[in-house]
Design a binder for this molecule. Sequence first.
Ligand SMILES: [Zn+2]
Ligand SMILES: [Zn+2]
Ligand SMILES: [Zn+2]
Length: 252
Amino acid sequence: MKICFLGTGSSAGTPVIGCRCSVCSSRDPYNCRSRASILVTQNNVNILVDTGPDFRYQALREGIPGLTAVFYTHFHADHINGIDDLRAFNFLQREIIPCYADPRTAAELEKRFQYCFLPPDPDWTKPALSMKAIEGALEFSGLLVQPVPVMHGNLPIYGYRFNDAAYLTDLKSLPESSLSLLGNLELLILDCLRMEPHPTHLNLEEAVALARRIGARRTLLTHMTHDMDFSSLAGGLPAGIEPAYDGLSVFL
Ligand SMILES: [Zn+2]
Ligand SMILES: [Zn+2]
Ligand SMILES: [Zn+2]
């Protein structure tokens, strides 16, 4: 299984428009972060998690050849607003692309992007998607996708476990019942917004504490703001915890 980090940034991305801070003006490519998303690949299965506003550029950069399904974590704009560019895969594959989410996110997407869930037009010129609200695991040729409920402040949303890896973006806390879904992980990908506390995201201190509690063999941090300078962050983390960066691929 391969996990590619399409984006590792927060809602504004890094650099932030109009910002002149040292990270936003840095020449380090690791400080360039598009909106958070991953692609999980195993054999011929390609699972995309979220379609943020940078999805088109991410798909071109990584040469994504096709999509099996899209899993949504939640309905915030930085995770969904690139949905229109899924139509490129409708056009290539000549089929409806299945999408999955928690019941509330599924309903929100069907409401906001109603035109994407209509019957496909004959030339596949509009996004043609199906949406299914899920509460349990799904399997795609040996790739098991298990929803992991997390709390994004007061909003219950999903992270996902893919075989021995888990992707938990946008969370402030983890319900006790979800901890049991995260045993024996090779890789944990975890929200780590910034240094200062935030009402709906983990800051660095909280992310390190939660990473230790979950105890994955390796933890990679994502959804970072321009507070986070890659090289200073990378140099100061405990063993087994590292910042992710756009374009990083991990093989499991
Ligand atoms: Zn977000
Ligand atoms: Zn900045
Ligand atoms: Zn969010």
